[in-house]
Design a protein around this ligand. Structure first.
Ligand SMILES: Cc1cc2nc3c(=O)[nH]c(=O)nc-3n(C[C@H](O)[C@H](O)[C@H](O)COP(=O)(O)O)c2cc1C
Length: 324
């Protein structure tokens, strides 16, 4: 988690001056969907444990801002309730594989029917990591609110204590990356693979039909010793080229972070905790405030670097890496 932040502090930006920055355009597209900003709301579990507005508040705030939002399998509200709260979207559904493929299939079909425009398959959580801070803070699994998507949805696997309850594939299932082929067999929605940190995994995802990958270490919540997402990004971008879109999440807090990630080749970046902080502080209005603060900060950074559009945020915006 700290490395995600520190990776941004090591980077610098190269500005161009005396550029007419009276008009700055932060709009772009993600998988052909027009959005008002190159940042999106990451899927995070249990918004209802943070504020009664729950995922509906997040969905409304993102939709009003024209920002893409992804919603977790482990949402407090059902995916249908989330869709109804902000019918215009744009929204994606994040899938944690269920022990039975038929259960994953049902979730995907519900998402497709409810107007979600992509399936984000999170692949970096075959088991839940040892999260000491949660344990020390008394975060009790038993106190988690019920899952909005149905009592039959399998919650997070609790390490190796509870064999069978896992987001990974069943031993007898088609193994590994073939799960993407299986998913493509049951939905026309584009697949986005979240939680990739290496060129090899990104290429495997594309080989099996993923239209995009999210370079992510799960906000530092999974593998201790994983690299910062930003440090893993160049390897993935170089391998993927133009064959798929590449996004990044982890540690994005300011406009300069967004610009650095785009300079390194990300098409868009995701926000995890900042959205939850906003939701906790003020529900829907808090999320709206976080999104507008970041938007203003992005526009300011673009103006100060002399870049007027997202297409101008290429590698020329990057300066030397500090300490090298
Ligand atoms: C409280 C919390 C819950 C999360 N739940 C999910 C989840 O259900 N599914 C998922 O794919 N990622 C989940 N994530 C990871 C985020 O999608 C994202 O990768 C990460 O938060 C980005 O880092 P950041 O928090 O530094 O912005 C969660 C993260 C947090 C902090």
């Amino acid at each position: 988690m700290r490395a995600n932040h520190e990776a941004f502090t090591r980077r610098t930006l190269r500005s161009r001056v005396l550029v007419d920055v009276s008009h700055i355009d932060p709009t772009t597209t993600v998988l052909s969907t027009p959005v008002n900003a190159p940042f999106f709301v990451c899927p995070t579990a249990y918004h209802g444990s943070i504020h009664p507005d729950a995922e509906m508040g997040t969905a409304r705030a993102a939709s009003a801002a024209g920002v893409l939002a992804a919603f977790s399998t482990l949402s407090t509200a059902s995916l249908e309730q989330i869709a109804a709260a902000a019918p215009a979207g744009p929204r994606w559904f994040q899938l944690y594989l269920q022990p039975e493929f038929s259960a994953s299939q049902r979730l995907v079909e519900r998402a497709e029917k409810s107007g979600y425009s992509a399936i984000v398959l999170t692949v970096d959580l075959p088991v839940l990591a040892n999260r000491d801070r949660q344990a020390h803070g008394g975060f009790a699994l038993a106190a988690w609110p019920p899952l909005g998507n149905g009592a039959d949805i399998v919650g997070p696997p609790r390490g190796f204590e509870t064999r069978g309850r896992t987001f990974t594939l069943r031993p007898d299932a088609e193994s590994g990356w073939k799960i993407l082929d299986q998913l493509r067999g049951v939905t026309d929605l584009p697949l986005v693979v979240k939680g990739v940190l290496t060129a090899d995994d990104a290429l495997a995802a594309i080989e099996h039909g993923a239209r995009a990958v999210i370079v992510s270490n799960h906000g530092g919540r999974q593998l201790d010793g994983a690299p910062a997402s930003l440090d893993a990004l160049p390897e993935v971008v170089a391998a993927v080229g133009t064959r798929a879109e590449v996004y990044l999440d982890g540690g994005v807090r300011r406009g300069s972070d967004v610009v650095m990630a785009l300079g390194l080749g990300a098409r868009a970046v995701g926000l995890g905790r900042p959205i939850l902080w906003g939701l906790g502080a003020g529900g829907e209005r808090g999320v709206a405030r976080v999104l507008s603060l970041l938007m203003v900060d992005l526009l300011t950074t673009m103006a100060l670097t002399g870049r007027r559009s997202i297409s101008e945020l290429d590698s020329t915006v990057l300066g030397p890496v500090r300490g090298t």
